[in-house]
Design a protein around this ligand. Sequence first.
Ligand SMILES: Cc1cc2nc3c(=O)[nH]c(=O)nc-3n(C[C@H](O)[C@H](O)[C@H](O)COP(=O)(O)OP(=O)(O)OC[C@H]3O[C@@H](n4cnc5c(N)ncnc54)[C@H](O)[C@@H]3O)c2cc1C
Length: 566
Amino acid sequence: MAVDATGFDFETDVLVVGSGGGALTAAITAHVGGADVLTIEKSDQYGGTSAMSGGGIWIPASHYALAQGVEDSRDEALSYLQHVVGDRVDPKRLAAYVDEAPRMLKFMADNSRLEYSPVAYSDYYPEQPGGKQGYRTHEPVPMHARKLGKLFEKLRPQHRQTVVQGRFSMTMAEGRSFLTQADGWKTTLTKMMLGYYLDIPARLKGKRTRRLTLGNALIGRLMWTMQDRQMPLWLNTPFKELITDGDKVVGAVIEKDGTLMRIKARKGVIMGAGGFEHNQKLRERALPQPTSPEWSGSQENNTGDSIVAGEELGAATDLMDWAWWAPAIKVPGIDRPWVLFAERSSPGLVMVNKAGRRFSNEAAPYLDNGHALYSNDDDAPSVPAYIVFDATFRKKYPLGPLPPGYAGPDATLPRKVKEILSIADTVEELADKIGVDKAGWVETIAKNNDYAASGQDPDFHRGESFYDQYYGDQRHGPNKCIAPIKDGPFYAVPVYPGDIGTKGGLLVDDKARVLRTDGSVIDGLYAIGNTSASVMGTTYPGAGVTIGPAMTFGYVAANDLTGRNG
Ligand SMILES: Cc1cc2nc3c(=O)[nH]c(=O)nc-3n(C[C@H](O)[C@H](O)[C@H](O)COP(=O)(O)OP(=O)(O)OC[C@H]3O[C@@H](n4cnc5c(N)ncnc54)[C@H](O)[C@@H]3O)c2cc1C
């Protein structure tokens, strides 16, 4: 409920709620624009899911890429988004993204410690008009944790799936070389391990690496900038309610170390407090069923607080029935699931429903494959679905919590992981163990093995797109993503419709200003990241389209508030 504007405990120009990539970019941009900025974070750690993530951002025609000779343009990028996203989103927002994203990145390169480099990561639909096979996704340049001093301790750690054996941090390029077993991957791994063990001061203290990559490099670099600029960030400080004066938002009630405080935000409030993926009630209200925060790879603080506050003020919402879907493997007793971004492209697995039938292209972009667990055309239940593979796959490739067998044989797997893994000597026996229809299942395996020989998947076109092949086994043929399933023992793991955050939230305009249901602007209130309804509509055009827009519209919102000419 919004409360009235009388009596404040603290004043600032701009109040930023949350400390993910979008929120900190907004805070820094507003500060460079001459504003006093207060950033508040609910948790005792900063960085949100952004810190745990790949830190990738999808920025077409960036100054980094153009300087390397990459051919890309605003028009190609806009055409691509128009084809992939379609008319589900206001075209002005799409155009604003294409225009402002490269500006944001240049601005941050010039005014902060942020450094990114373009990577050869394919767009997710490279065959669409304007699609590219690489260099729109950018990853943060690694940094050393010593730059953060004591603040390093409060940086939210990476998701465990992005840290090899819980120790060795990797870049996106390194991760891909391990998965696809590209030339030189063993040397890369050895160097990475040596670097870790030779950091003696850190090894004497504990397991956590000081080589920050991915989301930790993104948030580390933003925090390093905030430290340079002496900008305050209050941890353990949840936002509670908005304060209004007439129709305008002029501040917020927050709770600092257990005490309620009224903060005046002279210019406005930017909400970057994530989505509602950890709020079971909201999930049940809005998302397809069954649903559970247990299947979300995000961290636990994103409970939709700022979305609810906006709604109470009359804000419109959109896309509330969508998440950034991704199939996920949940190990009971371990706090977050493994999100299957890439492993589904490795050859030698199939994903089947209760009838033992495939229902989707396993190597498709994770949003499509994850959503297919709810929306496929087959009438048999697929929550959970099962990923099935044989001994050859198990030996060669990782899959969620399972390291490749050469590095982690069955006998060495943690007990909790063994609990979700079904193993049998024959495919028939495996069908009985996991309770899928045996006849359908045997037929699926036979078809898969035919497709492996021909290299063609007439059912779901697996391995046809350049994107599918990106994470396929580069040395396998004729199709990098399909191999026979024939060598016992045979394995199955349950897979759920997971997510890496929700997609729906407050409806905003091309300046990230929150809109009422009648389309008018709520003065003084901005929403970015997963607090806002995604500019990508119901789609996932490329790696980095959650954090890229969060940062871009954080930058746009801050410029709008300070009057700085972006
Ligand atoms: C393993 C993994 C890898 C991923 N890789 C990528 C990638 O490479 N590129 C990409 O684009 N996306 C990636 N994602 C998705 C991406 O991380 C999220 O979609 C994105 O970080 C969401 O950003 P946000 O700013 O909306 O939320 P967050 O980064 O989660 O930040 C929200 C912050 O707000 C705080 N908060 C919540 N409520 C309140 C409150 N009431 N008061 C104050 N603070 C509050 C939270 O504690 C949190 O710190 C990945 C996700 C996962 C799990």
